[in-house]
Design a protein around this ligand. Structure first.
Ligand SMILES: [Cu+2]
Length: 268
């Protein structure tokens, strides 16, 4: 069998095996996700993986072929093996393909995801948005629901607690602790708002107000799935690893009851 044919067959077989493996063990298998934004992120990495598999297999086969097919034969005493100095067709094809692949990644998922992210900020996409003000402080979280007039929501133990209704877009307004709104950079430190299951993370910078949009899609809570918890993801002092808050995604009815109860507790 000619080298070219053998190479081609191996390339097709191993690429197909790789694609099959991504279909079975795609990113969604090892990583619990519970928001539309996380699904977009996982789809993007799976897309890149699928495109790169044939390229990866090609490079690996080239290496293996170079090491096995072109090694010096037993009894060959010539000073060096026959080699091409330059194969212009091969080099041109290779550079063209890799440049095209890189430009394609620049358009999708990079540019397409950036556009989708900016679209999240458009007013027409935020008619029914739930606003949650998040304040980060060494070393705790505060959650406020300004549309309901509710501040510092807590669970039955009095710990800060974040509750969200399923399938409703949430606008997290993220600030570092600044009780007097002085926007003084000395007030608190940099934190990072991260709920692993939502697949998004945003730094919280003193003096800045940042926004993050999430649409939760799975009803669960920290107790049954620790991937759904608020976790600081920026080293912010000795209490940083423990800067967590429990969270829960519930039906919209349960959320309405919960927020009414929070309001009652706050006013009593
Ligand atoms: Cu922190």
């Amino acid at each position: 069998m000619p080298d070219f044919l053998l190479f081609f067959i191996l390339w097709v077989v191993f690429s197909a095996l790789g694609e099959w493996a991504v279909n079975i063990w795609g990113s969604h298998v090892y990583y619990f996700i519970a928001s539309t934004q996380a699904v977009d992120g996982v789809n993007a990495t799976d897309f890149i993986l699928r495109v790169l598999i044939p390229l990866f297999v090609f490079v690996m086969l080239m290496l293996i072929f170079a090491m096995t097919k072109f090694r010096r034969k037993e009894g060959d005493t010539s000073s060096s093996a026959h080699q091409f100095k330059t194969n212009k067709v091969y080099i041109t094809t290779w550079i063209t393909i890799t440049v095209i692949v890189n430009f394609m990644f620049l358009l999708h998922p990079t540019a397409s995801a950036t556009e989708a992210m900016f679209n999240q900020y458009l007013p027409q996409n935020n008619k029914n948005v739930l606003i949650v003000d998040v304040v980060a402080r060494q070393w705790q979280w505060y959650f406020n629901y300004p549309q309901y007039g509710v501040q510092n929501t807590v669970d039955t133990n009095g710990n800060a607690f974040l509750e969200l209704p399923v399938n409703r877009k949430v606008e997290f307004v993220l600030r570092s602790y600044d009780p007097n709104h002085t926007y003084d950079t000395q007030v608190d430190v940099i934190h990072s708002f991260w709920i692993p299951a939502f697949g998004m993370k945003e730094d919280i910078i003193p003096g800045e107000t940042r926004t993050m949009y999430i649409t939760p899609t799975v009803m669960t809570n920290t107790t049954s799935n620790p991937m759904l918890r608020v976790q600081c993801a920026e080293v912010c002092g000795p209490g940083h690893p423990y800067m967590e808050a429990n969270a829960s995604v519930v039906s919209s009815n349960s959320f309405n009851q919960w927020i009414a109860q929070q309001k009652k507790n706050q006013n009593s």
